[in-house]
Ligand binder design. Structure first.
Ligand code: SP5
Ligand code: ZN
Length: 349
């Protein structure tokens, strides 16, 4: 399997995030996550790991607004430049606002004001290397999309994996959140629409609110998310059953919220419904947002999906028989992360 990966992700390494309850904790979405997955992949005999190609900004501009991309590109420099001369450099290790936009019809002038506008929560501190790392992550997803195609067609039954971070599925058209800055899966999916209809299946434990936002009014990209019920879990304000698309896109978004404690059997039952909807879409390719935070031992999750569960989820998704680009999202049990990802991917190797 072609796997796209670069060390550039290491540049995004904030010292902390702020948890619900106010604790400042070490950043869970850490470079170590990918190191652990890489180690597990190197032990297999089917991993062909290569660096991504640079696709430039055009594929990003197709899903994110110019104002947002411009913010990400300049945020760190502007934030450092705004520091008073008397301030110690150590007081400004990240750009993280404390005020957020409840309404989005005014754009403040200062970088701090803009940060509150473009960030959703306290899990997306911007550091010096955030933008280059996010670009590299998107290029891994685009390279994975490109690798399931050849000249002007898709290669049947072919699969690829983007081993990338920061993840993407919480990033909307012009908002970062939930460790995500650029929506890698959405960028790859839009790129693949040149070959026909696309489906996105999001199995991360959290609702894919960013992906939902980006394709909500479109019928060419079907978006399906299976996740913890937002009534009790992040991202709280999207991911409900009654959100099914708007305008042209009505019927082309589906959420499958599940309760805390969801085990393999309950998860797989819902997966089968999701796969039926995807089969009916008759897309020419599939993007899988692969988070493994539904794992029973995940520090952010409440589900009880096992390693064997991930293997079975992968096996059933594979039965769709679609050219598939698998994009890495969440998963925070670093000890189990590599083996869980391999258990899923093996079906596609
Ligand atoms: C890509 C991805 O998986 N993003 C997840 C972002 C979740 N952020 C919410 C963090 C809430 C922390 N709550 C602490 C509960 C510890 N048991
Ligand atoms: Zn997640």
């Amino acid at each position: 399997m072609k796997i796209f990966h670069t060390e550039t992700h290491q540049l995004h390494n904030p010292a902390f995030e702020v948890f619900d309850g106010g604790q400042r904790v070490p950043y869970l979405e850490s470079p170590e996550r990918l190191e652990r997955i890489l180690r597990a992949l190197r032990k297999t005999d089917w991993s062909d790991i290569q660096p991504p190609r640079d696709f430039g900004l055009a594929p990003l501009r197709a899903v994110h607004s110019d104002a947002y991309l411009d913010f990400l590109a300049t945020a760190w420099t502007l934030w450092r430049a705004a520091a008073p001369e008397t301030e110690a450099a150590s007081d400004r290790t990240a750009l993280l606002p404390a005020t957020f936009a409840a309404k989005r019809d005014q754009m403040p002038e200062t970088i701090l004001g803009k940060a509150g506008f473009f960030l959703l929560d306290l899990s997306v501190p911007i550091v010096e290397g955030t933008y280059p790392a996010a670009l590299a992550s998107a290029n891994c997803a685009l390279s994975a999309a490109e690798s399931i195609s050849l000249n002007s067609s898709l290669i049947l039954h072919n699969s690829s994996f983007a081993l990338c971070r920061p993840p993407g599925h919480h990033a909307g058209c012009e908002i970062a959140g939930g460790y995500c800055f650029l929506n890698n899966a959405a960028i790859a999916a839009h790129w693949l629409t040149r070959f026909g209809k696309v489906a996105i299946l999001d199995v991360d434990y959290h609702a894919g609110n960013g992906t939902q936002d980006i394709f909500y009014s479109r019928s060419d990209v079907l978006t399906i998310s299976i996740h913890a019920d937002p009534a009790f879990e992040y991202p709280y304000y999207a991911g409900y059953t009654n959100e099914t698309g708007a305008g042209e896109g009505i019927g082309f978004h589906r959420n499958f919220p599940l309760p805390a404690g969801t085990d393999d059997a309950a998860y797989l039952q819902t997966l089968d419904l999701a796969l039926e909807r995807i089969a009916a879409h008759a897309s020419s390719s599939l993007i899988i947002s692969l988070g493994v935070d539904a794992y029973e031992g995940d520090p952010l999750g409440s589900f009880k999906v096992t390693r064997a569960g991930f293997a079975e989820i992968g096996r059933r998704v594979r039965t769709l028989g679609l050219p598939s680009a698998i994009i890495m999202e969440g998963g925070y049990n670093t000890d189990a992360l590599g083996e869980n990802v391999v258990a899923f991917l093996e079906n596609f190797a």
